[in-house]
Write a protein that binds this ligand. Structure first.
Ligand code: ZN
Length: 182
């Protein structure tokens, strides 16, 4: 047993993550903090899904993925407990959700004017496909835009500036701006 202790200690975080999910009496998978029904999304199947979109819609696939993310981000923020959460707390919660959901380690810096810069380490959304441009994390861009729009109450747009799908950057970098600040 003692030999196993260091191994178990290092597994602590993983098992904490596994405790985030449970099944209800109907066998539906739910997250343990909001008790909402969730699904597990395979990254490789996500990429295959994106491939199908790009096969049919070419650059339009990026717009579709962005819009999906936008709706997703808005709803995530709407689902946060309303009482006692400052805007800062909500931004923080979005970062934590990103990590919990396995999207990657998200750091968001918000400026006084409400615009922000975000860094995503180990993005789950990078795509390797010829001819789709320098940045590929459209779903995540949409989540950041939708989340910011919901938190700050005005329409935000996200631009991915650097993407880890291209060799020179290890992280993905995003700017989140209001439409009028462009
Ligand atoms: Zn990226």
């Amino acid at each position: 047993l003692e030999e196993d202790l260091p191994k178990m200690a290092s597994m602590k975080n993983e098992s904490a993550d596994l405790g985030l999910l449970h099944r209800d009496e109907k066998g539906e998978l739910r997250d343990s903090f909001s008790n909402r029904r969730v699904i597990i999304f395979s990254c490789s199947a996500y990429r295959a899904m994106c491939d199908s979109l790009y096969d049919q819609f070419q650059s339009g696939a990026g717009v579709i993925l962005y819009r999906m993310g936008e709706g997703y981000g808005r709803k995530l923020v709407k689902g946060m407990p309303e009482l006692g959460l400052s805007k800062e707390d909500m931004v923080d919660a979005l970062s934590k959700l990103s990590y919990v959901a396995g999207w990657g380690k998200l750091t968001i810096k918000v400026s006084e004017d409400g615009s922000s810069d975000a860094v995503l380490e180990e993005s789950a959304f990078t795509l390797r496909r010829e001819g789709i441009g320098e940045t590929t994390c459209y779903f995540m861009s949409g989540v950041l835009a939708g989340g910011a729009s919901e938190i700050f109450g005005t329409v935000y747009k996200t631009q991915e500036m650097k993407c880890a799908s291209r060799g020179e950057s290890k992280v993905c970098r995003f700017t989140v701006r209001t439409k009028k600040s462009e």
